[in-house]
Design a protein around this ligand. Sequence first.
Ligand code: ZN
Length: 340
Amino acid sequence: MLFPTTIAGSLPKPEWLAEPNMLWAPWKSEGAELARAKRDATVLAVKLQEDAGVDIVTDGEQARQHFVHGFLERIEGIDFAHKVEMGIRKDRYKAMVPQVVAPLQLKGRVHEGEARAARAHTKNRLKFTLPGPMTIIDTIADQYYGDRVKMAFAFAELLNQEAKALQADGVDMIQFDEPAFNVYMDQVRDWGIKALERAAEGLTCATAVHICYGYGIKANTDWKETLGGEWRQYEETFPVIDKSTIQQVAIECRNSKVPIELLAALPGKIVQAGVIDVASDEVETPEDVVRVIEAVAKHVPKGNIIATTNCGMAPMRRDIAEAKLSALGAGAKLARQRLS
Ligand code: ZN
């Protein structure tokens, strides 16, 4: 089947789980009650995707507060009690971040609960997202390793452990989120790809990397204004990624200033093309989706295209996110009819 659909990863959380319409939303309950609420929200997220025609579903990232820190919370060697201010993504925004203070190791499984809950309730293919090593070290302070690359590889090892366990849980695709790949292009070439390959080492399920220009939050939309009329960051990273062992690349295409012909630099990869804008509340029509798929198909073989959302939808209004999921499903279906 041409143009199977998926989503970048996250969906908004129901208001009985967490405060709506925000990143870092505080949970509404705790302990066993919170664990039940996370499980229920995960099952609901899977159902909403299935009904909208999403072929490769995710857990909607319902069980984590943030796409990076959801992973960090289960790691020993990190001090969350004494956060320090750090500039993130080359000072695009400031954040209070935890510090690495001792050798890193997993306390146990990180995402077992939501992976198994999702697996138990869908027959669709299941994708699971993890933060990439470069993005993690750009979101945490170091008081122990004294070498950010060494710290990145320490995280890559832990990511690899969890990724293998997720695969054993029945996950069909692991996607590493590396928005930092659009910011530190020289480091991607020097060590970023190698750290990512370490995180994916030995996996037999599908592997993907998601690079993007971020959620539709103000810090990101302001940054995008500074990038000029054409966003050519991918031009440097795609040839490096194309030579890597990672099989798929998820990038944003809808309402993006990325020159679409840059996708031709990924001849060996499956392209998850973002056909749904997450920085706008305007709901796409199926025709909008078809137009993006048609444009992508000029540079990527049709059989290598997966239709997805530009980025996560965590901070979005639920009704808008659901309408966008439906547009994604209906648009891909229409594209199949037209372009088969
Ligand atoms: Zn993204």
